[in-house]
Design a binder for this molecule. Structure first.
Ligand code: OGA
Ligand code: MN
Length: 199
């Protein structure tokens, strides 16, 4: 699905800049978008938890309000496209592991849906309680996304903006899980496939 030389370039970026944006086949993303919509309509999404969040003293504080569906072949029957996507991601895990010489033994991922007005405030995906996550990825599934639709992902390093990504179909952002990041309020329903390569 990705040319090896392009992938090398992306992985160099990941190791040097701590993030990279990889373009993914539109047909695959459209098919995945359909899977996600169907699962949402079948009420298979659940309110996301706060497990990955650090420094939350007040549990009632709403730092995120997306809904998620874990793509777990043991828990649910998956479609061919979903299975194919998991195979692609596992291959990406192996490529990162070999090229960056890091230990990555597994990955996990879920669909996420942010309804109008939803967001995810500044956080890191690794915490002292959950330090297995090494790299985070988000594949966006939204057609015709406009700047005015909001919902950007912003990554920070020492309070400085490191990246700002539109959740437009085909964008796959891969970044170090210890980077601080946030999802700006969206003005439109926003779908993604989000996950983590773990050590
Ligand atoms: C997350 C997250 C980013 C996005 O789920 O931890 O940061 O753009 N998602 O959806
Ligand atoms: Mn995150």
């Amino acid at each position: 699905m990705l040319e090896t030389t392009d992938l090398r370039m992306h992985l160099d970026d990941l190791s040097e800049k701590k993030w990279t944006l990889i373009p993914i086949d539109q047909q695959l993303c459209l098919a995945l978008h359909k899977c996600a919509i169907t699962r949402l309509q079948m009420h298979q999404f659940r309110q996301a938890g706060l497990a990955a969040v650090q420094n939350v003293n007040d549990a009632s504080l709403k730092i995120r309000n997306d809904e998620i569906f874990w793509l777990d072949a043991k828990a649910h029957e998956l479609s061919d496209i979903e299975t194919q996507t998991l195979a692609f991601l596992d291959n990406l895990r192996l490529e990162i592991k070999e090229n960056l010489r890091v230990s990555l033994t597994e990955f996990e991922c879920h669909f996420a849906f942010y309804d109008k007005g939803h967001y995810y405030q500044k956080h890191r995906d690794t915490t002292s309680a959950n330090n297995k996550r090494v790299f985070s990825f988000v594949l966006y599934l939204n057609e015709n996304w406009q700047d005015s639709d909001g919902g950007q992902l912003i990554g920070y390093e020492q309070q400085e903006v490191l990246f700002q990504i539109k959740p437009a179909i085909g964008n796959l952002i891969l970044f170090r899980s210890d980077l601080e990041h946030e999802v700006m309020s969206t003005f439109r329903g926003r779908f993604s496939l989000t996950g983590w390569f773990r050590k």
